[in-house]
Design a protein around this ligand. Structure first.
Ligand SMILES: C[S@@+](CC[C@H](N)C(=O)[O-])C[C@H]1O[C@@H](n2cnc3c(N)ncnc32)[C@H](O)[C@@H]1O
Length: 239
């Protein structure tokens, strides 16, 4: 009975419910609090992001598929902050099949495990730990929906670059809404510094107008917030 009750409640989720959940996340101050938030949101996460028309996973998958045409079944992808596995699910549609995933929330990882599409899934705190991978391991590294204030800091970028093979791709997304402007500026500063040092080169930077529905009062006039997909190719390792 209890399970049925929860399912029925989940089916009735409205935009206002989701808005309340997302706004409550902004109040979490420490990373531990944020991970507890994701643990508790994990069961409803996919349903809720559908209500928000969260398009980042499909857009990131399309952007990677646009540059990797051949042997997609052999390409090894690291999905950083994989959550419940939405990005790998979208990449599968394009013929990618080899995925490793990392995330800091055990609840989100458990949902990703249920999809049986990742070869490995590991818990990793992305603001304090190194990625659990050797240098030059992956053909592509993706991080979607996690590069924003209070989540994964821009300092992760050299780690994303380290575990990518030379010639491989790093696909990163961030939101372009008012509350994320400062973070985005800091993120872009790191991206550009690495570009100037010829550690990677820009492949595409796409601004997407309809990223997801706005949830804060200040942004709701615009209905959707915009977002950005940065796609870079690794040129060399750090000296
Ligand atoms: C909005 S979800 C995005 C999940 C998935 N990439 C997607 O697009 O559906 C953000 C994910 O980042 C993870 N995350 C956020 N900050 C983190 C941190 N500092 N360390 C580890 N994981 C973190 C959360 O646990 C959550 O699963």
């Amino acid at each position: 009975m209890g399970v049925v009750h929860i399912r029925m409640a989940a089916n009735r989720r409205t935009f206002t419910d989701v808005q309340g959940t997302v706004l409550s996340a902004h109040k979490e101050s420490t990373t531990e609090d944020k991970m507890s938030f994701y643990d508790s949101w994990s069961e409803l996460y996919e349903q809720d992001v559908m209500i928000l028309d969260y398009r980042a996973p499909v857009l990131a998958a399309e952007s990677l598929a646009a540059v990797i045409h051949e042997n997609r079944d052999k390409v090894l992808v690291l999905d950083v902050a994989c959550g419940t596995g939405l990005v790998a699910k979208q990449l599968q549609r394009f013929g990618f099949h080899n995925f490793h995933g990392v995330d800091g929330s055990e609840g989100m990882l458990e949902l990703a495990r249920c999809k049986s599409i990742y070869q490995t899934l590991q818990k990793c705190m992305l603001d304090s730990e190194l990625l659990p991978a050797s240098s030059d391991s992956y053909d592509a590294v993706v991080i979607v929906g996690a590069l924003s204030g209070g989540q994964v800091p821009p300092a992760i970028l050299p780690e994303l670059h380290r575990v990518t093979k030379t010639g491989g791709f790093v696909c990163m997304t961030t939101r372009n809404n008012t509350s994320n402007r400062l973070y985005k500026k800091q993120l872009q500063a790191v991206i550009e510094e690495m570009e100037q040092n010829r550690l990677w080169e820009r492949v595409t930077v796409q601004e997407i107008e309809h990223w997801e529905k706005a949830t804060t009062e200040a942004e709701q006039g615009s209905t959707y917030i915009s977002g950005i997909i940065y796609l870079y190719r690794k040129l060399r390792s750090y000296d």
